[in-house]
Design a protein around this ligand. Structure first.
Ligand code: ADP
Ligand code: GLC
Length: 475
């Protein structure tokens, strides 16, 4: 089985969120399932050139707007599976991964170049697995090319949906010169009065996957389909939910090189050192008896920051520390700044994308981790938290509901605390419940241990992906 994985971000190369963690881990995990999985992504400016092998594939012909471009892909094994990184300074030598007016052009170009690479290598995968809206173009293009190019004819496609809230909208006036100006392509892209790369990808892909089972059902409802529920319902027979895994070679408190002390389920003593270290890093009083409630997330509505904002003073008044790491919308960054100024001895903040070490230090040093998401396709930090003995407090939505089990004191089962309604009061109540058990060390240890013992390794997920690829290859 050969699979080409197209992605816009992957650890260790470039990251804004969980897609990078998944794209970085899945190819490696697939390799262990005897899948020849190869990663294709853009070579952004920010990518550390130390990850590259030094070899490259030269002189690949990409037809673009009536001209032939000759492009180059750099090679890397840093993700534990072969990776090809497209060098096109015009589109990718920029400080950020997304957020430009021509993002749709950049990823349409990337899609075209990725397919050209496959042909140039004469490496014919059974499946091209795209990710999110940036791969919508490749799904469309591959379907079109199958009609006239024998090289592409046997290749099948899977589009993995990590977040239906991001649809890659652009001006339909650009469709023509992007190469999607004919029917049925135009109709496939059109959503209301815009063109949507995600919609076009959902229509063209042979099969779809989402990053948790519950999310695969949620996006088929009007409430959570972001305007695409009707389309996703119509494709329900080809839609499967596979929960993400955790890369335990990276997220493991027993071996993590970035944390102050290593610890394990049998000996949690190092966690206290990590806690002191975390308080020190954020300039907070080093009082290890008081609980630390932490959050790491993109600062967007999806992550439930509106709820956190409403109850932040109440959290501080419980006597807990509150530590937040996040980058994103200025309204939430301003809120964090003001909260910190008001409670400098209780609240620690880091605004911006901090890279990996600080995220690991927070996971290791905190006692509780908040994820009150409005919606959450899978979510990774709740699973990282569990591994680090940090108890997640989550809203029962998407992958959070699939991966966290509410603690039940009478049976001693459960890995965290879970609330239903998207309401600040419900979140605060769960925080208080968690704090109550924090005050009962035997119960708390039980919850920590339950979480640390959960096996969310990639192996199980990779098996499901391999099975999906086998089914799709038969189509
Ligand atoms: P999403 O992909 O929606 O952002 P996930 O929970 O799947 O949410 O993954 C988020 C990933 O991004 C985690 O690895 C988390 O540690 C990381 N992350 C998020 N924000 C930051 C930040 N500001 N600095 C460093 N890492 C971050
Ligand atoms: C998306 C989702 C997140 C998921 C991640 C990786 O960014 O928001 O829930 O964990 O993709 O699949």
């Amino acid at each position: 089985m050969r699979v080409a994985i197209l992605t816009s971000e992957a650890v260790p190369f470039a990251k804004t969120g969980g897609l990078a963690d998944v794209s970085g881990a899945l190819p490696k995990a697939l390799t262990e399932q005897d899948v020849d999985a190869r990663l294709i992504l853009p070579l952004y400016d920010q990518i550390d050139r130390g990850f590259l092998n030094g070899d490259s594939i030269e002189d690949i012909r990409v037809e673009w707007r009536g001209q032939v471009h000759h492009v180059r892909f750099a090679l890397s094994d840093a993700a534990g599976a072969p990776a090809y990184l497209l060098e096109t300074p015009e589109f990718f030598a920029r400080p950020n991964i997304y957020g430009y007016k021509d993002d749709h052009i950049r990823f349409a170009y990337f899609s075209r170049a990725a397919l050209a690479l496959l042909k140039h290598l004469d490496w014919q995968p059974d499946v091209v697995n795209g990710n999110d809206w940036p791969s919508g173009f490749a799904m469309q293009e591959l379907r079109a090319r199958r009609r006239y190019d024998p090289f592409f004819q046997p290749i099948r496609t899977v589009l993995s949906l990590h977040n239906v809230g991001y649809q890659g909208f652009f001006d339909p006036g650009d469709l023509w010169w992007l190469g999607f100006g004919e029917r049925p392509e135009v109709d496939d892209f059109m959503l209301e009065r815009s063109a949507s790369a995600l919609k076009a990808g959902i229509i063209a892909a042979d099969a779809l996957s989402t990053v948790s089972p519950r999310y695969s059902r949620e996006i088929q409802t009007r409430d959570q389909g972001h305007g695409l529920d009707w389309l996703l319902r119509s494709r329900a027979d080809r839609l499967v939910g596979i929960a993400n895994g955790v890369d335990y070679t990276i997220w493991n408190p027993e071996t993590d090189p970035d944390i102050a002390a290593n610890f394990s389920v049998d000996d949690l003593s190092g966690k206290r050192e990590c806690k002191i270290d975390l308080l020190r890093r954020f300039g907070l009083p080093q009082d290890a008896e008081r609980p630390i409630i932490a959050v790491i997330s993109r600062l967007v509505k999806q992550k439930g920051y509106d709820l956190i904002r409403q109850i932040a003073p109440a959290i501080v008044q419980t006597g807990s520390f509150f530590i937040a790491l996040g980058a994103g919308a200025s309204e939430y960054e301003d809120f964090l700044q003001q909260l910190h100024e008001r409670y400098p001895r209780e609240v620690g903040i880091y605004k911006g994308y901090a890279g990996e070490p600080l995220a690991h230090q927070i996971e290791a040093g905190a006692d509780m981790f908040l994820m009150p998401s409005l919606y959450e396709p899978c979510g990774l930090n709740q699973m990282y938290s569990m591994r680090y003995g940090t108890v997640p407090i989550v809203r029962a939505t998407g992958g959070l509901d699939d991966t966290v089990e509410q603690f039940n004191p009478s049976t001693g089962t459960g890995t965290g605390f879970k609330f239903g309604p998207y309401e600040a009061g419900a979140l605060l109540e769960k925080i208080r419940e968690a704090l109550y058990f924090y005050g009962r060390p035997d119960d708390w240890k039980k919850i920590q241990r339950n979480g640390m013992l959960v096996d969310n390794s990639w192996e199980a997920a990779a098996k499901k992906y391999a099975e999906l690829y086998r089914e799709v290859a038969q189509l």
